[in-house]
Design a protein around this ligand. Structure first.
Ligand code: HEC
Ligand code: HEC
Length: 317
């Protein structure tokens, strides 16, 4: 406390002696309109910020089946990541199910999120029309708009979300022993004896590896060419195609560790062809009950490189 008061006094003296002229004179430069617009990407509840464009539920289904269903489930039901549909009306109950359908207060937020962040492994690759379409489809999966609906920058802000008036900030994103993660009161008595030891609960490298090919995410909006030319290693290729969401080189996640795959197929003739077909078509049963969704979007060339890399991890017999 004492030290803080000293600091505050020093600051007060300092500002009394300093003229009112701008302190940071000569630093920085005026921004061009394009620089500002490249940051000005938010979409507001009233629709300000939405680009021109449109998309129907039917068009959205095509986008969804090709680019989203593998992770979120055919009907948005998958809880491997986050379910996108269901739970409407459950928020006030003892087992609330929070999905974008049940929890969001504005449909524009859904548009904004998908536009910025999805698909997870190739964010910002969708065109505005594709984002309108897939937003329409997700809203239709939640029975919020009819199957023949078509959304554009005028109709999207008018969609009334079921939780329009129920939005609260009384809970955190994750539940920790029944408590929200972001709300707590300072402990003023019977506190743990100092010094409190801070520990990390995340394995080393978790945060840096979770999002895979970070460089690739710096793609510009609307699917235009990446800002920088990128030549990816096989590991980064695997990350950029979403493989590392379910696999890791050394540990098993939802899918087997690549080193185990390499070990298992080290002496199988035609391992490359066999595994390529499995990855293309997806399936389950070899390693357990979890299924690998069909990986149809990976170009042949990339898949060949990734497979060579996986199989090269086989230990020499
Ligand atoms: C590779 C797997 C993957 C793919 C493909 C994918 N997602 Fe996601 N999605 C995720 C993950 C993981 C999260 C959670 C992200 C986080 O919390 O940082 C998420 C979150 C979301 C959310 C927010 C859910 C919530 O409750 O807040 C929406 C909406 C969404 N995705 C829509 C889509 C759409 C639409 C597509 C297709 C264009 C798509 N996703 C493709 C993995 C994926
Ligand atoms: C949504 C999660 C998920 C994603 C994304 C995913 N996989 Fe898988 N993968 C699995 C699961 C689960 C299995 C186990 C399937 C089984 O038991 O038959 C698997 C199995 C495999 C196998 C072993 C197949 C076999 O029959 O032994 C290989 C190789 C593989 N994946 C490579 C890849 C590659 C490369 C990618 C990216 C292009 C990828 N996976 C993306 C979940 C995923």
């Amino acid at each position: 406390m004492y030290r803080f008061e000293g600091l505050a006094l020093a600051l007060a003296l300092f500002s009394a002696a300093t003229p009112a002229a701008p302190v940071w004179h000569g630093l920085g430069q005026p921004l061009h309109a394009e620089e500002i617009s490249s940051w000005d990407i938010d979409v507001r509840p009233d629709g300000v910020g939405l680009p021109a464009g449109h998309g129907s539920v039917a068009e959205g289904q095509a986008v969804y089946d090709a680019q989203c269903a593998g992770c979120h489930g055919t009907f948005g039901e998958s809880t491997d990541y986050l379910a996108l549909a269901g739970g409407v009306g459950t928020l006030g109950t003892s087992s609330p199910q929070r999905t974008v359908g049940s929890k969001l207060d504005y449909a524009t937020t859904l548009w904004d999120y998908i536009n910025r962040a999805m698909p997870f492994n190739r964010s910002k690759a969708l065109s505005p029309n594709e984002v309108y379409a897939v937003t329409a489809y997700v809203l239709n999966l939640n029975d919020i708009i009819p199957a023949d609906a078509r959304l554009d920058q005028h109709s999207l802000p008018k969609v009334e979300m079921p939780n329009r008036k129920g939005f609260t900030q009384q809970h955190g994103m994750m539940r920790v022993d029944g408590k929200p993660d972001v709300q707590n009161t300072l402990c003023m008595k019977k506190c743990a004896p100092a010094p409190v030891k801070l520990t990390s609960q995340l394995p080393a490298g978790f945060a840096t590896q979770l999002y895979g090919d970070l460089e690739g995410h710096f793609r510009r909006f609307n699917g235009s060419a990446p800002a920088v030319a990128i030549s990816l290693s096989p590991a980064a290729l695997a990350a950029s195609h979403g493989c590392l969401v379910c696999h890791a080189p050394q540990q098993s996640k939802l899918g087997p560790a690549f080193v185990d795959v390499a070990r298992r197929y080290a002496h199988t003739a035609e391992a490359t062809t066999l595994l390529r077909d499995k990855i293309r078509h997806g399936g389950s049963g070899v390693w357990g009950n979890a299924a690998m969704p069909a990986q149809t979007a990976v170009p042949d060339q990339d898949l060949a490189q990734i497979l060579a890399w996986i199989l090269s991890a086989a230990p020499t017999p």
